[in-house]
Design a protein around this ligand. Structure first.
Ligand code: DGN
Length: 258
Protein backbone atom coordinates (compact mmCIF):
# COMPACT_ATOMS: atom_id res chain seq x y z
CA UNK A 1 0.00 0.00 0.00
CA UNK A 2 0.96 3.69 -0.18
CA UNK A 3 2.23 5.90 2.64
CA UNK A 4 -0.60 8.07 3.98
CA UNK A 5 0.12 11.68 4.92
CA UNK A 6 -2.30 14.16 6.37
CA UNK A 7 -2.05 17.81 7.30
CA UNK A 8 -4.36 20.64 8.26
CA UNK A 9 -3.97 21.92 4.70
CA UNK A 10 -1.12 22.86 2.39
CA UNK A 11 1.85 23.00 4.77
CA UNK A 12 2.30 19.24 5.04
CA UNK A 13 3.47 19.25 1.45
CA UNK A 14 6.91 20.23 2.81
CA UNK A 15 6.88 16.89 4.64
CA UNK A 16 5.65 15.07 1.53
CA UNK A 17 8.44 16.72 -0.47
CA UNK A 18 11.04 15.42 1.99
CA UNK A 19 9.43 11.95 1.90
CA UNK A 20 9.43 11.83 -1.89
CA UNK A 21 13.10 12.83 -1.98
CA UNK A 22 14.12 10.28 0.66
CA UNK A 23 11.84 7.42 -0.56
CA UNK A 24 11.45 7.86 -4.32
CA UNK A 25 9.90 4.42 -4.87
CA UNK A 26 6.98 4.87 -2.48
CA UNK A 27 3.44 5.64 -3.53
CA UNK A 28 1.79 8.31 -1.38
CA UNK A 29 -1.71 9.50 -0.50
CA UNK A 30 -1.96 13.05 0.86
CA UNK A 31 -5.00 14.53 2.59
CA UNK A 32 -5.10 18.27 3.26
CA UNK A 33 -7.97 19.27 5.54
CA UNK A 34 -8.37 22.62 3.80
CA UNK A 35 -11.98 23.03 4.96
CA UNK A 36 -10.94 23.10 8.60
CA UNK A 37 -7.49 24.74 8.46
CA UNK A 38 -5.94 26.25 10.58
CA UNK A 39 -5.41 23.70 13.35
CA UNK A 40 -2.74 25.86 14.98
CA UNK A 41 -5.17 28.03 16.90
CA UNK A 42 -7.73 25.33 17.83
CA UNK A 43 -8.03 23.25 21.02
CA UNK A 44 -6.34 19.87 21.39
CA UNK A 45 -9.73 18.07 21.54
CA UNK A 46 -10.92 19.55 18.27
CA UNK A 47 -7.60 18.86 16.53
CA UNK A 48 -7.74 15.25 17.77
CA UNK A 49 -11.29 14.80 16.44
CA UNK A 50 -10.31 16.14 12.99
CA UNK A 51 -7.13 14.05 12.99
CA UNK A 52 -9.02 10.79 13.65
CA UNK A 53 -11.37 11.61 10.74
CA UNK A 54 -8.42 12.27 8.42
CA UNK A 55 -6.75 9.03 9.45
CA UNK A 56 -9.94 7.05 8.85
CA UNK A 57 -10.21 8.44 5.31
CA UNK A 58 -6.67 7.40 4.46
CA UNK A 59 -6.95 4.03 6.17
CA UNK A 60 -9.98 3.17 4.02
CA UNK A 61 -7.70 3.64 1.01
CA UNK A 62 -5.24 0.99 2.14
CA UNK A 63 -2.25 2.92 3.54
CA UNK A 64 0.55 0.87 5.14
CA UNK A 65 1.79 3.67 7.39
CA UNK A 66 0.47 7.07 8.48
CA UNK A 67 2.59 10.21 8.70
CA UNK A 68 1.06 13.07 10.65
CA UNK A 69 2.71 15.95 8.78
CA UNK A 70 1.06 18.69 10.81
CA UNK A 71 3.00 19.66 13.93
CA UNK A 72 -0.15 20.83 15.70
CA UNK A 73 -1.89 17.49 15.03
CA UNK A 74 1.25 15.55 16.01
CA UNK A 75 1.37 17.49 19.27
CA UNK A 76 -2.30 16.98 20.10
CA UNK A 77 -3.36 13.67 18.60
CA UNK A 78 -0.46 11.24 18.19
CA UNK A 79 -1.35 8.92 21.12
CA UNK A 80 -5.04 8.84 20.07
CA UNK A 81 -4.07 8.02 16.47
CA UNK A 82 -1.62 5.31 17.52
CA UNK A 83 -4.28 3.74 19.74
CA UNK A 84 -6.95 3.86 17.03
CA UNK A 85 -5.02 2.71 13.95
CA UNK A 86 -3.91 -0.78 12.92
CA UNK A 87 -0.90 0.63 10.97
CA UNK A 88 2.22 2.38 12.31
CA UNK A 89 1.72 6.12 12.93
CA UNK A 90 4.58 8.63 12.92
CA UNK A 91 4.44 12.30 13.84
CA UNK A 92 6.92 15.07 13.11
CA UNK A 93 7.79 15.96 16.70
CA UNK A 94 9.87 12.99 17.87
CA UNK A 95 12.14 13.02 14.80
CA UNK A 96 12.63 16.80 15.00
CA UNK A 97 13.42 16.65 18.71
CA UNK A 98 15.88 13.77 18.23
CA UNK A 99 17.75 15.64 15.50
CA UNK A 100 17.92 18.78 17.67
CA UNK A 101 19.44 16.79 20.54
CA UNK A 102 22.09 15.37 18.20
CA UNK A 103 22.95 18.85 16.90
CA UNK A 104 23.06 21.00 20.01
CA UNK A 105 26.47 21.61 21.50
CA UNK A 106 25.58 23.80 24.46
CA UNK A 107 22.15 22.28 25.20
CA UNK A 108 20.13 25.41 24.37
CA UNK A 109 17.35 24.38 21.99
CA UNK A 110 14.73 26.74 20.59
CA UNK A 111 11.39 25.56 19.21
CA UNK A 112 9.06 27.62 17.04
CA UNK A 113 5.58 26.52 16.00
CA UNK A 114 1.89 27.38 16.10
CA UNK A 115 0.25 28.47 19.38
CA UNK A 116 -1.28 24.97 19.65
CA UNK A 117 2.05 23.21 19.24
CA UNK A 118 3.84 25.43 21.73
CA UNK A 119 0.99 25.33 24.26
CA UNK A 120 0.88 21.51 24.15
CA UNK A 121 4.47 21.28 25.38
CA UNK A 122 5.02 18.27 23.10
CA UNK A 123 8.41 19.38 21.75
CA UNK A 124 9.53 20.43 25.21
CA UNK A 125 8.59 16.98 26.59
CA UNK A 126 10.23 15.09 23.72
CA UNK A 127 13.44 17.10 24.10
CA UNK A 128 13.58 16.73 27.87
CA UNK A 129 12.82 12.99 27.64
CA UNK A 130 15.89 12.60 25.42
CA UNK A 131 18.11 14.79 27.57
CA UNK A 132 16.90 16.14 30.92
CA UNK A 133 19.67 18.78 30.92
CA UNK A 134 18.52 20.50 27.75
CA UNK A 135 17.27 24.10 28.11
CA UNK A 136 14.23 24.60 25.87
CA UNK A 137 12.85 27.96 24.80
CA UNK A 138 9.65 27.76 22.78
CA UNK A 139 7.92 30.55 20.89
CA UNK A 140 4.73 30.66 18.84
CA UNK A 141 5.17 32.42 15.49
CA UNK A 142 1.65 32.39 14.01
CA UNK A 143 2.26 35.11 11.40
CA UNK A 144 4.78 32.90 9.59
CA UNK A 145 1.90 30.71 8.31
CA UNK A 146 0.09 33.34 6.18
CA UNK A 147 3.42 34.81 5.04
CA UNK A 148 4.52 31.42 3.68
CA UNK A 149 1.16 30.82 2.00
CA UNK A 150 1.19 34.25 0.37
CA UNK A 151 4.68 33.57 -0.93
CA UNK A 152 6.00 36.48 1.13
CA UNK A 153 9.19 34.71 2.15
CA UNK A 154 11.88 37.28 1.34
CA UNK A 155 12.28 41.02 1.87
CA UNK A 156 11.51 43.49 4.64
CA UNK A 157 8.11 42.24 5.81
CA UNK A 158 9.03 38.65 6.77
CA UNK A 159 12.41 39.87 8.04
CA UNK A 160 10.75 42.34 10.41
CA UNK A 161 8.29 39.71 11.63
CA UNK A 162 11.12 37.23 12.16
CA UNK A 163 13.09 39.82 14.15
CA UNK A 164 10.11 40.47 16.43
CA UNK A 165 9.65 36.77 17.11
CA UNK A 166 13.21 35.55 17.23
CA UNK A 167 15.41 38.30 18.65
CA UNK A 168 15.24 36.69 22.11
CA UNK A 169 16.74 33.39 20.96
CA UNK A 170 20.14 34.96 20.37
CA UNK A 171 20.24 36.25 23.96
CA UNK A 172 19.13 32.95 25.48
CA UNK A 173 22.05 30.79 24.43
CA UNK A 174 20.07 28.83 21.84
CA UNK A 175 22.39 27.07 19.38
CA UNK A 176 19.78 24.86 17.68
CA UNK A 177 16.34 25.92 16.49
CA UNK A 178 13.58 23.46 15.54
CA UNK A 179 11.29 24.62 12.72
CA UNK A 180 8.24 23.07 14.40
CA UNK A 181 5.61 23.96 11.84
CA UNK A 182 5.06 22.72 8.31
CA UNK A 183 5.28 26.21 6.83
CA UNK A 184 8.55 27.35 8.33
CA UNK A 185 10.98 25.64 5.93
CA UNK A 186 9.82 28.18 3.33
CA UNK A 187 11.06 30.96 5.61
CA UNK A 188 14.41 29.31 6.37
CA UNK A 189 16.28 32.16 4.66
CA UNK A 190 14.92 35.00 6.82
CA UNK A 191 14.96 32.87 9.97
CA UNK A 192 18.63 32.03 9.42
CA UNK A 193 19.38 35.69 8.75
CA UNK A 194 17.84 36.74 12.08
CA UNK A 195 19.24 34.02 14.36
CA UNK A 196 22.68 34.07 12.75
CA UNK A 197 25.10 31.45 11.46
CA UNK A 198 25.91 29.97 14.90
CA UNK A 199 22.32 28.64 15.25
CA UNK A 200 21.62 25.34 13.47
CA UNK A 201 18.12 25.05 11.99
CA UNK A 202 16.37 21.67 12.31
CA UNK A 203 13.87 20.92 9.57
CA UNK A 204 11.30 18.53 11.11
CA UNK A 205 10.20 17.48 7.62
CA UNK A 206 13.62 16.08 6.74
CA UNK A 207 14.03 14.43 10.15
CA UNK A 208 10.62 12.79 9.72
CA UNK A 209 11.41 11.46 6.24
CA UNK A 210 14.51 9.82 7.68
CA UNK A 211 12.47 8.28 10.52
CA UNK A 212 9.87 6.94 8.05
CA UNK A 213 12.64 5.34 5.95
CA UNK A 214 14.10 3.67 9.05
CA UNK A 215 10.74 2.40 10.27
CA UNK A 216 9.71 0.99 6.86
CA UNK A 217 13.10 -0.72 6.60
CA UNK A 218 12.80 -2.28 10.06
CA UNK A 219 9.31 -3.56 9.35
CA UNK A 220 10.17 -4.86 5.88
CA UNK A 221 7.60 -2.53 4.35
CA UNK A 222 9.80 -0.64 1.86
CA UNK A 223 8.44 -0.59 -1.69
CA UNK A 224 10.78 -2.39 -4.11
CA UNK A 225 12.27 -0.21 -6.86
CA UNK A 226 9.98 -0.46 -9.91
CA UNK A 227 11.45 -1.25 -13.34
CA UNK A 228 12.04 1.86 -15.45
CA UNK A 229 9.21 0.85 -17.81
CA UNK A 230 6.67 1.32 -15.00
CA UNK A 231 7.66 4.95 -14.43
CA UNK A 232 7.45 7.07 -11.28
CA UNK A 233 5.24 5.95 -8.38
CA UNK A 234 1.81 7.50 -8.03
CA UNK A 235 1.15 10.45 -5.72
CA UNK A 236 -2.52 11.16 -5.04
CA UNK A 237 -3.92 14.29 -3.36
CA UNK A 238 -7.22 14.86 -1.56
CA UNK A 239 -8.61 18.03 0.01
CA UNK A 240 -11.76 18.74 2.01
CA UNK A 241 -12.55 22.05 0.28
CA UNK A 242 -12.36 23.09 -3.38
CA UNK A 243 -8.88 22.32 -4.76
CA UNK A 244 -7.87 25.52 -6.63
CA UNK A 245 -5.88 27.26 -3.91
CA UNK A 246 -4.30 23.99 -2.80
CA UNK A 247 -3.07 23.27 -6.32
CA UNK A 248 -1.73 26.79 -6.82
CA UNK A 249 -0.08 27.46 -3.45
CA UNK A 250 0.80 23.81 -2.94
CA UNK A 251 3.10 23.70 -5.94
CA UNK A 252 5.38 26.15 -4.14
CA UNK A 253 5.43 24.01 -0.98
CA UNK A 254 6.00 20.77 -2.89
CA UNK A 255 8.48 22.26 -5.34
CA UNK A 256 6.64 20.75 -8.32
CA UNK A 257 3.20 20.89 -9.92
CA UNK A 258 0.30 19.03 -8.29
N1 DGN B 1 0.23 22.44 9.61
C1 DGN B 1 0.25 23.29 10.79
C2 DGN B 1 1.41 22.89 11.68
O1 DGN B 1 2.42 22.32 11.22
O2 DGN B 1 1.33 23.11 12.89
C3 DGN B 1 0.36 24.75 10.43
C4 DGN B 1 -0.89 25.27 9.75
C5 DGN B 1 -1.99 25.53 10.70
O3 DGN B 1 -2.82 24.68 10.91
N2 DGN B 1 -2.02 26.67 11.30
Amino acid sequence: GPIGVFDSGIGGLTVLKALMARLPHERTLYLGDTARVPYGTKSGEVVTRYSLKNAEFLLERGIKLLVVACNTASAAALPALQAALPVPVLGVIEPGARTALQRTRGGGVGVIGTPGTVRSGAYQRALEAGNPKVAVKAMACPLFVPLAEEGWTTGDVPLLVAKEYLAGFARDGVDTLVLGCTHYPLLKGVIAEVVGPHVSLVDSAEATAEAVATLLGEKGLLAPPAPASVGAPEHAFFVTDVPERFVEVGARFLGRPI
